[in-house]
Design a protein around this ligand. Structure first.
Ligand code: SF4
Length: 225
């Protein structure tokens, strides 16, 4: 494997489900691995981020694999519907994309006509040439990105309140009700109750703090990825 090779968990064409660009057709590229959790249930309790609801390990998802940067661009171009109109839009997500995403890769996508976006936990440096940056701080991790297009906070978090991150400059501030409810609760009736409680708490927070807007995971409501 060459140094520049990229480990991709999955890549697919879908609608952006969350935040300011919710509903926009997008190519999603999910990078494998995160710096805040090793992706294994046995490591969840010790992780800096303990409520991840995504499979972030390996390269075994749809279109997953090890790609050179040109091969990844070629895949993204293939996923975007030809002659569909509208500017092609790519969302680099993860896992933590900052572990692998480079200025050169972003440049290559932009040269090919893509508008480029990233979803990151904000703890690592990001390429400077991205068109849209969404930061989602997690727990006790140290966020080093202090300015972004949208700040999305999963709520409520035991170790992190909106007040603790409201110094980060953003065009949009979003509260996203926590959907993860613990492995042992997934099959139980408890799960729906906890999610409902989180939604009520998030609603109340937005009503009391209008700087923050509600962001729902509309892709889950629509039953898409
Ligand atoms: S920071 Fe994001 S990708 Fe990483 S473990 Fe947390 S939710 Fe998952």
């Amino acid at each position: 494997m060459a140094n520049s090779d990229l480990r991709i968990k999955e890549a697919f064409y879908t609608l952006q489900g969350e935040g300011a660009r919710s509903g926009r057709a997008s190519v999603f590229i999910r990078f494998s691995k995160c710096n805040l959790w090793n992706g294994r249930e046995s490591g969840r309790k010790a992780a800096l981020c303990q409520f991840c609801d995504t499979d972030i390990t390996g390269i075994d998802g749809e279109n997953g694999g090890v790609y050179s940067p040109p091969a990844l661009l070629e895949l993204a171009l293939k996923l975007w519907p030809s002659n569909a109109g509208g500017q092609p839009y790519v969302v680099f997500t993860g896992g933590e994309p900052a572990l692998q995403l480079t200025d050169n890769l972003v440049s290559a996508f932009k040269t090919a006509g893509f508008e480029t976006a990233v979803e990151s936990n904000g703890t690592l440096a990001l390429p400077k040439n991205l068109d849209w940056v969404c930061i989602s701080p997690k727990g006790k991790s140290e966020v080093i990105i202090k300015s972004c297009n949208e700040l999305k906070l999963v709520f409520p978090q035991e170790d992190l309140s909106p007040e603790q991150v409201s110094n980060i400059q953003a065009q949009h501030y979003f509260i996203s009700p926590m959907a993860y409810y613990g492995e042992s609760d997934i099959e139980s009736h408890q799960s729906g109750m906890i999610v409902r409680e989180n939604m009520q708490a998030a609603t109340q927070y937005c009503l009391e703090h209008p700087k923050w807007r509600m962001s729902l995971q509309t892709h889950k409501l629509l039953g898409i990825d």
